[in-house]
Design a protein around this ligand. Structure first.
Ligand code: HEM
Length: 162
């Protein structure tokens, strides 16, 4: 597996993500904006589903759902570029897989709450789960930078990096 990661690391896109000074931070900016689009919609939908801020009509809020889906696309795309830069760093870290599981769950919960599919009692319970999910996503994403055990597989295979 490490050989595969090392091969990716030596591709020109991966080298550019790591070594062209503006690429990594710019992709992180896109990742953060898409995170805001997803978590922003998720939190508003969940807040409404708790029943405590019910003055906003569900149909009004649902009009923003395309923004959430666009955020998902942009997060996926920018996340893949970040991953391409440092494949071993993320893919050898269990937290990365936990992040993807929480992402799938929180996305499903937000779309369920947005469609108003459940009874008011169940909506309120799922809303708490969904809120916790979006908070956990942001923690998991940020902590990825500090919890990895491998930075570059190519360093392990050849200390010279080649
Ligand atoms: C859709 C699939 C996604 C993939 C493949 C992905 C992948 C990644 C990767 C590889 C990193 C870099 C970690 C590092 O610095 O080592 C990252 C950072 C991060 N991700 Fe994601 N991500 C995805 C979606 C999301 C979503 C939906 C959120 C939040 C709602 C999110 C929140 C974050 C945060 C907060 C960071 C840290 C940014 C920083 O360092 O300033 N990610 N992600």
């Amino acid at each position: 597996m490490l050989e595969w990661f090392a091969r990716i690391e030596l591709s020109s896109l991966s080298v550019a993500v790591r070594e062209v000074w503006w690429v990594f931070p710019s992709v992180l900016v896109i990742h953060s904006l898409s995170m805001a689009m997803m978590a922003g919609f998720g939190v508003v939908i969940a807040a409404r589903a708790t029943g405590r801020v019910a003055s906003l009509a569900t149909t009004t809020l649902r009009r923003f759902e395309p923004l959430f889906l666009a955020g998902l696309l942009a997060a996926g795309f920018s996340g893949l570029v970040l991953l391409w830069g440092y494949p071993a760093k993320a893919l050898t870290n269990p937290l990365f897989y936990l992040k993807l599981i929480i992402l799938a769950l929180s996305t499903w919960l937000t779309l369920q709450l947005s469609a108003n599919r459940w009874s008011p009692h169940m909506q309120a319970r799922l809303a708490v789960l969904s809120l916790a999910g979006w908070i956990a996503m942001i923690f998991a994403g940020r902590f990825l930078a500090y919890t990895h055990s491998v930075l570059l597989a190519s360093w392990l295979i050849s200390p010279a990096g080649g």
